[in-house]
Design a protein around this ligand. Structure first.
Ligand code: SF4
Length: 284
């Protein structure tokens, strides 16, 4: 069985399996190379980006102006407790991959949630009480909400208790960013948030590249993107890893297709030259 084929046990699951849950699910994830427990703070799928490669949000299904509901901390904590308990009880019966991380990801942008910090604190407590203290939390974010004070404090919390921020950077220029991420959030805002977060604690950068309407990103765009990474480092930011990946599943936009492993390696080589000493991994 290859690393990412579906196994026949109920724990190693892809796509997401939530059972009766509203917020917590399990997924077999390329990026974590094993089981990732996901915490989805946005079942209503409101995101301030509209990435062409998004796999979870179909704008046609979203009613404009739908208010984002408050997160029930107790409910999320209960679901996470049950999910971890399931993995603790059943995983040894199977040759299952271990739980690699617990990620705030899902169908929207977690860094924009008011009340993220108390929720994160509660879930760290759940993790520790369930005996998964060694499993890190990961915040997968487009970076747009990281300038908020509670997100800065959350970054401290993640660092102190075992976790990391994984921040998206899919472009080197404003024009390309607008074409791929289709958001009103200014590119400069996202770049500043990435830089400041990396100055606070080491971060992982996640970069998605793809073929859009038949065209791969040009050499000048990739050079600009690598230059943005170098800018972060030059400003005193610390990058623990750069992940270069491409689409692996069906996306909402039919004009999106995957790059080849060779193309990803070419992009990674540009990054390695721009930020020597920083690990750059590809996921094709
Ligand atoms: S930031 Fe994530 S959830 Fe939001 S549109 Fe982009 S891929 Fe989808």
């Amino acid at each position: 069985m290859s690393a990412f084929e579906l196994p026949t046990n109920p724990l190693a699951l892809h796509p997401r399996t939530r059972r009766q849950n509203r917020y917590v699910y399990a997924v077999r994830a390329r990026r974590s190379r094993g089981i990732s427990i996901g915490v989805n703070l946005d079942p209503q799928k409101t995101c301030n980006f509209d990435c062409v490669y998004c796999e979870v949000i179909d704008r046609r299904e979203i009613e404009k102006g739908t208010p984002r509901p408050a997160i029930a901390v107790d409910e999320v904590a209960k679901e996470l407790t049950e999910e971890l308990s399931l993995h603790r009880r059943i995983a040894p019966s199977y040759e299952a991959d271990p739980v690699r991380d617990i990620s705030f990801a899902g169908d929207g942008e977690p860094s924009t949630f008011r009340g993220f910090l108390p929720l994160a604190r509660a879930l760290f407590d759940v993790r520790d009480a369930a005996g998964f203290r060694d499993v890190p939390f990961v915040l997968i974010t487009n970076g747009s909400g990281l300038a908020r004070e509670e997100m800065r404090a959350a970054h401290d919390l993640f660092t102190e208790r075992g976790g990391a921020f994984w921040i998206k950077l899919d472009a080197g220029t404003e024009e390309f960013y607008r074409r791929i991420c289709r958001t009103a959030v200014p590119f400069g805002h996202v770049l500043a948030n990435l830089r400041e977060a990396a100055r606070r604690h080491p971060v992982v950068v996640q970069s998605m590249f793809l073929r859009w309407k038949g065209a791969a990103p040009g050499a000048s765009e990739i050079a600009a993107w690598a230059g943005r990474l170098a800018d972060v480092v030059a400003a005193g930011g610390r990058l623990s890893l750069v992940q270069v990946y491409t689409v692996a599943r069906e996306t909402m936009e039919p004009d999106v297709t995957a790059l080849t492993a060779k193309e990803l390696e070419g992009i990674a080589a540009v990054a390695r030259a721009a930020v020597p000493g920083i690990p750059v991994e590809t996921f094709s």
